[in-house]
Write a protein that binds this ligand. Sequence first.
Ligand code: ADP
Length: 167
Amino acid sequence: MPAERNGGTAVCPGSYDPVTNGHLDIIGRASNVFDHVVVGVVNQPVRKQKTLFDASERVAFIAEQVAEYGNVQVKPFDTLLVDFAREHGAKAIVKGLRAISDFEYEFEMNQLNRKMAPDIESIYFMAAPEYSFLSSSGIKELAMFGGDISGLVPDRVAARLQEELKR
Ligand code: ADP
């Protein structure tokens, strides 16, 4: 018998520019725990420069990979994260934690989100060891200098990265 999920909806937010296998690992694990997962793709990230891929393409990359789960939706958003979570009736925000460096930023965001929405719990999944070094910005850098990114991002993402970075 398959293990039971804990119920409810979780939101997995990020800029996903582009999605990596590390992100997909977190989303897949969240889909095992929650009844529904909504991946929220930040339309215009505040703390980062202009994205390489537009929101609709970033959404499409993820949607293609999560279709098989059956309980994961992917949507762009440009409101406050807690408002996006409320809109979807989510009781949790799920994020991945890689190194100590993620912790500081997440700790600060956690306090802010908690203040605005004490009813929504943030939950952190530890990065899988094989992906704990993987970031979207690292992938873009690797791709730009001709590094091998196979096995780190979906094939279609790797192909589109090569195209974009050739320009
Ligand atoms: P990035 O930091 O790669 O630009 P995002 O802003 O899109 O990523 O982050 C979305 C979420 O995914 C964040 O919670 C981030 O900590 C997490 N995350 C990013 N890369 C990984 C990874 N390789 N393993 C686990 N979690 C990750």
